[in-house]
Design a protein around this ligand. Structure first.
Ligand code: MG
Length: 242
């Protein structure tokens, strides 16, 4: 298991592993069962398969991702997209699928990402029989914490994320409470109220800077034609306190 990641990056704070450490132990593979995913009656729908009215490019202009057959698909080069509304702590559901045709390897295969508050990435990647550094696997808190297991389905098959997101809390420029994330992929637990160290980064460590209590949800254009569908959230305002 060499050359999966990096051997010369900085050590993650309070951790025996470097950022994207090649030698960080790999999660075991778990094969998921069939998935539910219906929208609860109190959810805010961000994408129901018909249009991108709830989304924009980062500069606020209209996104050019492709909408067809009940899903949206990354338009490579079209850039990241984000929701027009901002929100904080929430329960978020979405479904995604890597391209059925296998192209590339490691981080170059079915890469996208779900950025809570436009800053904190839960990695989306095709890791079905496709290894990469552990803190960059599908479901990883990118550059910080690997998923508990690898719950990837085969390329082209739909997967679900159910995310419980607790936004970080700042007071007078100080961090009162870090962000916490709980994540189930295809009904399998990948993180249980895991504290984030700060916004997710590539190749470097991170720390918190004060920011607003809400932010848009962002989906990443990493050049791969990843598809998304059935995106909704329920705000969890009870968690927006220290
Ligand atoms: Mg990504």
């Amino acid at each position: 298991m060499s050359n999966l990641g990096y051997d010369d990056t900085m050590y993650i704070s309070g951790n025996p592993y470097r950022v994207h450490d090649s030698s960080r132990p790999q999660p075991r593979v778990v094969t998921p069962g069939d998935l539910p995913g219906a929208t609860p009656s109190d959810a805010t729908i961000l994408f129901d398969g018909t249009d991108l009215s709830e989304w924009s490019k980062l500069d606020g202009s209209e996104p050019n991702w492709i909408v067809e057959n009940g899903y949206m698909k990354v338009h490579p080069g079209g850039g990241n997209i984000r929701t027009t509304q901002a929100f904080g702590s929430c329960q978020l559901h979405l479904e995604f699928a890597a391209p059925a045709e296998i192209k590339g390897e490691g981080q170059g295969r079915g890469n996208s990402g779900v950025f809570l508050m436009q800053k904190y990435e839960i990695q989306v990647l095709d890791n079905y029989e496709n290894p990469t550094y552990a803190d960059g696997l599908c479901g990883a808190i990118y550059g910080q914490c690997p998923p508990l297991v690898n719950a990837c389905r085969k390329p082209g098959e739909w997967s679900s994320y159910d995310i419980i997101w607790e936004a970080p809390v700042f007071h007078e420029g100080e961090l009162l409470k870090p962000a916490y994330v709980t994540l189930l992929m295809n009904g399998i637990l990948l993180h249980h109220r895991k504290a984030l160290l700060g916004p997710t980064q590539h190749c470097v460590t991170t720390h918190y800077e004060p920011h607003s209590a809400t932010g848009p949800l962002m989906l990443q254009d990493h050049g791969d034609k990843v598809r998304f569908r059935n995106i909704w959230y329920r705000p969890l305002t009870a968690y927006d306190h220290a």
